[in-house]
Design a protein around this ligand. Structure first.
Ligand SMILES: NC(=O)c1ccc[n+]([C@@H]2O[C@H](COP(=O)([O-])OP(=O)(O)OC[C@H]3O[C@@H](n4cnc5c(N)ncnc54)[C@H](O)[C@@H]3O)[C@@H](O)[C@H]2O)c1
Ligand SMILES: N[C@H](CO)Cc1c[nH]c[nH+]1
Ligand SMILES: [Zn+2]
Length: 433
C-alpha cells in the first residue's frame, strides 16, 4: 500500500517532508560502489570494463567484442518487423521535428562605443549516449539521446547499452542506425560512464555524457562531471498526477503504474481534490497489479514510494507540486492550462486526461530524458542545447578602445593586476601618439 496523506491534517508537513526525503537514488552505498568502479576503470581500462560487465551483466567480452560490429547491427536490424520499424520511424520524425526548433541563433551587433560583440553556438565534438538496458530495453531512449545530438551537429556519437546475458534488442540497434549513432558498445552501468569519460584502449573518451539510467548510472554521471559535461541527473522515473474526481480511476492507475514499472526505485504520486477518487485509484492500482507483467517491479515501487495526497483545492495541489518538482506531471483537471500556469517546477507537463505520460515517452516529440529526484527545480529535459556551447565574440576598434579602455585600466588597478592595465595602456598610448 502507498502512503495516504491529507494536506489538511495536523501531521501533514512532517509526513510530506518524509515523502520528499525518501531515500530512492541518492544513497551513499550506491555512491561508494560507483566510486570504486570508476577508479577501477581509470586504472585498468578495458579489462575493468570486461570484468565488471561479466559481474553485473553476466556477459563475457574481450576488447574485440566490446563494440557491436556493423555486421551484427545489420543482422539484428534484419529481424525487425515492418510494424516496429514504422512506429520507430514515426517517433524519430516527430522527435526530430520538435528538436529542430531548439537550434539557437548566433548574435552579433555593434554597440554605441563601437565595439562589435556577440556569440556563436557550436556543438561538442564527441557525445557519449547512455541507453539503459538493465531491467528493460529502451529503443526510444536511443532516439531521445541521439536525435538532439545530431541536430546540434555533434561530430561523433558513441552509444553504450548494457546487454544482460548478451541479449541484444534489434530495435535498439535500428534506432541507433536511424538516428546516426557512430559507435555502439555493449556495456552499461557506472563502468560504461567511466569508460566514456576517461577512455580506454578501445573506447575513445567523449566530451559530454547524456542519457538516463538507474541509480548507479546517475551516481556515475555526478562523479565524472567536470572531466566531461553531463546533461542532468536523469535517474529512476517519476510521475505526479494531479487529478480531480472527474476522471476514470483506471486510466489514472495505469498512468501511475506506467512509471512504477520502470524500476523498484521509481516513484508514482497522485494529488487529488477528491478523497473517494483517490481510494478508487488505489483500488484500481491493486487490481492492475494482479495481472501486470512487471508487477514484480511496479508493486514494490508503488508500495515503497507511492503516495496519494488529498488536497482541499487546486491551489494547494500547485504549491505541493512545486515542492515535489516531479520529472513528469500530468494535469487531469477541467482547465489544465490554467493550473499549469501556477506551477514552476516540473520536467515535463502533460495537459488533460487525453495526454497519458506514455505518449511523451515515445511519440509526442519532446524529450523523455528528464530531471529526477527534485532536480527539475534547477534543470531541464535533454535538448539540442545540451550538445552545444556558446563562444562569446568581441572586437574593439581604436575608437571603442578609447571609449571603454580607461575604465578597464582603473578596474585593473583596483584589482592590483598591473599587466592587465598595461595591456590597455600600451594601446591607448599608441592612439594618443
Ligand atoms: N529520467 C529519465 O529520463 C529516464 C528515462 C528512461 C529510463 N529511466 C530510468 O532508467 C533506469 C533504467 O534502469 P535499468 O536498471 O533498466 O538499466 P541501466 O542501464 O540504467 O542499469 C543497468 C546497469 O546497472 C548496473 N548495476 C546494476 N546493479 C548494480 C549493482 N548492484 N552494483 C553496481 N552496478 C549495478 C549494471 O552495470 C547494469 O549494466 C530506470 O530507473 C528508469 O526509471 C529514466
Ligand atoms: N518514462 C521514462 C523516463 O522517465 C522514459 C521511457 C522510455 N520508455 C518508456 N519510458
Ligand atoms: Zn516511461
Amino acid at each position: 500500500m502507498p502512503v495516504f496523506l491529507d494536506a489538511t491534517s495536523a501531521d501533514f508537513e512532517v509526513e510530506f517532508t518524509k515523502l520528499l526525503n525518501a531515500k530512492r537514488e541518492d544513497s551513499p552505498d550506491v555512491d561508494a560502489v560507483v566510486a570504486d568502479i570508476i577508479a577501477d576503470v581509470r586504472a585498468r581500462g578495458d579489462q575493468a570494463v570486461i570484468d565488471l560487465t561479466a559481474k553485473f551483466d553476466r556477459l563475457t567480452l574481450t576488447a574485440d567484442t566490446l563494440r557491436i560490429t556493423d555486421d551484427e547491427i545489420a543482422a539484428a536490424i534484419a529481424q525487425v518487423s515492418t510494424e516496429d520499424r514504422t512506429a520507430l520511424e514515426l517517433a524519430a520524425a516527430r522527435i526530430r521535428a520538435y528538436h529542430a526548433r531548439q537550434l539557437p541563433q548566433d548574435e552579433q551587433w555593434t554597440d554605441e562605443a563601437g565595439a562589435t560583440l556577440g556569440w556563436r553556438w557550436g556543438a561538442v565534438s564527441a557525445a557519449g549516449l547512455y541507453v539503459p538496458g538493465g531491467l528493460a530495453s529502451y529503443p526510444s531512449s536511443v532516439l531521445m539521446n541521439a536525435i538532439p545530438a545530431k541536430v546540434a551537429g555533434v561530430g561523433r556519437l558513441a552509444m553504450v547499452v548494457p546487454t544482460p546475458d548478451g541479449v541484444l534488442n534489434p530495435l535498439v540497434l535500428l534506432a541507433a542506425q536511424i538516428s546516426g549513432v557512430d559507435e555502439v558498445y555493449r556495456i552499461g552501468g557506472a563502468q560504461a560512464v567511466a569508460a566514456l569519460a576517461y577512455g580506454t584502449d578501445t573506447i575513445a573518451p567523449v566530451d559530454k555524457i547524456t542519457g538516463p539510467g538507474n541509480a548507479f548510472v546517475a551516481a556515475a554521471k555526478r562523479r565524472v562531471f567536470g572531466k566531461v559535461g553531463i546533461d542532468m541527473i536523469a535517474g529512476p522515473s517519476e510521475i505526479l498526477v494531479v487529478a480531480d474526481g472527474d476522471n476514470d480511476p483506471e486510466w489514472i492507475a495505469l498512468d501511475l503504474l506506467s512509471q512504477a514499472e520502470h524500476d523498484e526505485s521509481a516513484q508514482s504520486l497522485l494529488i487529488t481534490t477528491d478523497a473517494a477518487f483517490g481510494q478508487a485509484v488505489a483500488d484500481a492500482v491493486e487490481k492492475q497489479l494482479e495481472t501486470l507483467q512487471r508487477a514484480h517491479i511496479a508493486g514494490p515501487s508503488w508500495r515503497d514510494f507511492g503516495a496519494i495526497i488529498t488536497v482541499p483545492d487546486l491551489a494547494t495541489a500547485a504549491a505541493l507540486t512545486d515542492r515535489i518538482a516531479p520529472e513528469h506531471l500530468e494535469l487531469c483537471v477541467g482547465d489544465p492550462e490554467a493550473l499549469s500556469k501556477n506551477i514552476s517546477h516540473a520536467g515535463a507537463i502533460f495537459l488533460g486526461q487525453w495526454t497519458p505520460e506514455a505518449i511523451g515517452d515515445y511519440v509526442g516529440g519532446p524529450n523523455h530524458v528528464l530531471p529526477t529526484a527534485r532536480s527539475a527545480r534547477f534543470s531541464s529535459g535533454l535538448s539540442v542545447l545540451d550538445f552545444m556551447k556558446r563562444t562569446t565574440i568581441a572586437r574593439m576598434t581604436p575608437e571603442a578602445l578609447r571609449a571603454i579602455g580607461p575604465a578597464a585600466e582603473r578596474l585593473a588597478t583596483s584589482e592590483s593586476l598591473e599587466a592587465h592595465g598595461l595591456s590597455v595602456t600600451a594601446r591607448l598610448k599608441k592612439l594618443n601618439d
